[in-house]
Design a protein around this ligand. Structure first.
Ligand code: HEM
Length: 491
């Protein structure tokens, strides 16, 4: 074929794609959006910055509900508090599906809680919530576990003896140990190679997923599978985690007593044995591995990243840090550990933690959702199976909900009497049917770890407060804080 014929063929193909796109848009009455190119979709409109910034910019042009093509995939993007709430809360069931997310999906293949759909997701979610609740309400409640872990954390922080250190691993070890103890039955020693390996894998993957490589992989997975780059470590790391979990499951199988389950894995294995005869059971070995993996991943990097953002904010605003410490001293004192019972009497600390979560916005685009039926929404008709991105960053910076959205301002969560004030636009854990199932655990961890640290130490930056940069180093799945070191002064 000569080059003229080739050019004509390509032009025809492009026209057919355009026709099909516009035609399907007409039938379903999709929201407006930039015209896509064949295969590339709206890549030209998206490539200037990170995906979050580009999608946020497009919402200024096309409104709070618009259609965009991430490569060949059509996605509806929602922004602003009112619109996101109408979808995730008011039409919760319709928007409850999980959208495509190749950086995870190509490993989980739709198994596990976070990336499954339909009946399997419902069954696994109900089961996991029940088990987490049981272990939280049982003899060794989750609060006791966090308080115990805080003591180990404080001990390792004391060992820094006022010298500068990077908080990433120190904090992640303690945070990960909480979910590890629920999943595997006991915490790991801080020097245990298994714990350190888990943290390394998760930290590395969170960074890659929050970089342009992770974003490009989500748009063109088949192409990137053939190209070299850091994205290739994603699945190697995931396989490493899976092998580690599988080893623990084998150890559990060898010592399980179904009448007295020690942890999540025991409960799952018992359920698998009960449903052994049912060929349609959702309780299979691979599902156990993926579900454990989801909980481990979800329960480690998120809380650790939030605490690192909190450290940066408290060092940048020493007066805010001092006011939290004053409240801790007044309500808890220095002779006992802070407990959850103290929280209602500590509105300022609570407000600061909420503001850190709003401001840091650690999962800015949420995980992708999908409409599970044809859905009428704000005058449009979104066809069943369409993926939906809810820009949580635009909810958290919505000027109709927060007085000074660009500033770190604990008053966003305090009323005129300085009592704690809830905000319906506080959505770091998302909202609706897919609401983060670790929310209550994460909120306990954030409060207890932070209050314990500030009760014992004052955080000092190595640079002047005004030089601390709170903007993220990279953005994608998560907002990753810039690397930093800090010193702790014993109080
Ligand atoms: C500060 C800490 C955390 C933040 C900000 C956070 C945020 C989120 C977000 C935004 C989602 C997606 C919700 C959606 O699709 O609408 C999610 C889902 C999820 N999170 Fe968390 N999370 C945190 C801690 C945890 C913890 C501690 C666990 C483990 C117990 C956990 C386990 C999960 C799981 C399993 C899902 C999937 C839920 C589903 O698809 O049904 N997360 N989280």
């Amino acid at each position: 074929m000569d080059s003229v014929n080739m050019a004509i063929l390509l032009l025809l193909l492009a026209l057919i794609c355009l026709f099909l796109t516009l035609n399907s848009r007409g039938k379903s009455h999709l929201p407006p959006g930039p015209t896509p190119l064949p295969i590339l979709g709206n890549l030209l409109q998206l490539r200037s910055q990170d995906l979050v910034t580009s999608l946020t910019k497009l919402s200024k042009e096309y409104g709070s509900v618009y259609t965009v093509h991430l490569g060949p995939r059509r996605v509806v993007v929602l922004s602003g508090f009112q619109t996101v709430k109408e979808a995730l809360v008011d039409q919760a069931e319709s928007f409850s599906g999980r959208g495509d997310y190749p950086v995870f999906f190509n490993f989980t293949k739709g198994n596990g809680i976070a990336f499954s759909n339909g009946e399997r997701w419902k069954v696994l979610r109900k089961f996991s919530i029940q088990i987490l609740r049981n272990f939280g309400m049982g003899k060794r409640s989750i609060e006791e576990r966090i308080l115990e872990e805080s003591r180990f954390l404080l001990e390792s922080l004391r060992k820094t003896e006022g010298q500068p250190f990077d908080p990433v691993f120190v904090i992640s070890r303690s945070v990960s140990n909480i979910i590890c103890s629920v999943l595997f039955g006991s915490r790991f020693d801080y020097s245990d190679e298994r714990l350190l390996t888990i943290i390394r894998f998760i930290n590395d993957n969170f960074q890659i997923m929050s970089s342009p490589w992770g974003e490009m992989y989500n748009i063109f997975p088949s192409l990137l599978d053939w190209l070299p780059g850091p994205h290739r470590r994603l699945f190697r790391n995931f396989r490493g985690m899976k092998a580690l979990i599988a080893r623990s499951v084998r150890e559990h199988q060898a010592s399980i007593d179904p009448s007295s389950p020690r942890d999540f894995i025991d409960c799952f294995l018992t359920k698998m044995a009960q449903e052994k005869q049912d060929p349609l059971s959702h309780f299979q070995m691979d599902t156990l591995l993926m579900t454990t993996h989801n909980l481990l991943f979800g329960g480690t990097e998120t809380v650790g990243t939030t605490l690192r953002h909190a450290f940066l904010v408290l060092m940048k605003y020493p007066k805010i840090q001092a006011r939290v410490q004053e409240e801790i001293d007044r309500v808890v004192g220095r002779s006992r550990q802070p407990s959850l019972e103290d929280r209602p009497a500590m509105p300022y600390t609570d407000a600061v933690i909420h503001e850190v979560q709003r401001f840091a916005d650690i999962i800015p685009m949420n995980l992708p959702h999908r409409v599970i039926r044809d859905t009428a929404f704000r005058g449009f008709l979104i066809p069943k199976g369409t993926d939906v991105i809810t820009l949580l960053n635009t909810v958290h910076s919505d000027p109709s909900q927060f007085l000074t959205p660009r500033e770190f301002n604990p008053n966003h969560f305090l009323d005129a009497n300085q009592s704690f004030k809830k905000s319906p636009a506080f959505m770091p854990f998302s909202a609706g049917r897919r609401l983060c199932l670790g929310e209550s655990l994460a909120r306990m961890e954030l409060f207890l770890f932070l209050a314990s640290i500030l009760q014992n130490f004052t955080l000092h930056s190595l640079v002047a407060p005004e030089d601390i940069d709170l903007s993220p180093l990279s953005t994608g799945l998560g907002n990753v804080p810039r690397p930093f070191q800090l010193c702790l002064r014993q109080r």
